[in-house]
Design a protein around this ligand. Structure first.
Ligand code: COD
Length: 162
């Protein structure tokens, strides 16, 4: 049994969908490590240091003692889990597309070190929320209030709008 899990992602930037998964992970695990990792398929928008600050600034204060937010550059998720001594990965699933993307990664991670992946069904009210759609909607002048925390709304203002 493990007390600690890792919630990994790009968090570019963090959304209310991510925060919901992290907060729910704290109801199952005593400690949660939010790990900002590199997704080789994605080009980054926000610098990693800013992504960390935005996550830290958006988490409820009462969780501060049990949630740690860190970046791990160019590392395998399984190596991060070994380093922080976490026996499980927690991921949110918005729907079937997420599942199809996540299943091979969960199997590969288990193959590599035996680490288990726990999937949480995403909140249906946040199913349409992703970092990439948030950035796109903002870029073309749409309003993403309510989909991201206040600090992220502020940070988005620094991006160019079309
Ligand atoms: N509702 C529920 N869940 C959500 C929502 C939402 N609205 N939005 C996002 N999520 C979940 C996603 O499903 C995902 O589980 C997590 O939050 C993070 O999402 P993103 O988009 O920030 O992160 P990804 O998908 O780009 O992260 C991919 C990783 C960085 C985790 C992956 O590339 C990785 O593990 N990289 C490290 C290198 C490695 O180990 N590679 C081999 C993998 S087998």
């Amino acid at each position: 049994p493990t007390r600690r899990c890792v919630c990994p992602g790009s968090f570019d930037p963090v959304t209310n969908g991510h925060l919901d998964v992290v907060e729910r992970a704290t109801t199952i695990f005593e400690e949660v490590v939010v790990a900002v990792l590199h997704n080789p398929a994605k080009q980054g928008t926000f610098p990693v240091e800013q992504r960390l600050e935005l996550i830290r600034g958006s988490l409820p204060e009462d969780l501060a003692g049990r949630v740690r937010v860190e970046a791990f550059a160019d590392r395998l998720l399984v190596d991060v889990c070994l380093e922080v001594d976490a026996g499980a990965v927690v991921k949110g699933l918005r729907g079937g597309t997420d599942f199809a993307y996540e299943l091979p990664m969960a199997r590969m991670n288990r193959h590599l070190t035996g680490v288990e992946t726990v999937f949480l069904p995403g909140d249906p009210g946040l199913e349409h929320v992703s970092s990439s759609l948030v950035k796109e909607v903002h870029r073309y002048g749409g309003d993403v209030t309510g989909l991201v925390p206040a600090q992220v709304l502020e940070a988005l203002r620094s991006l160019d709008r079309v």
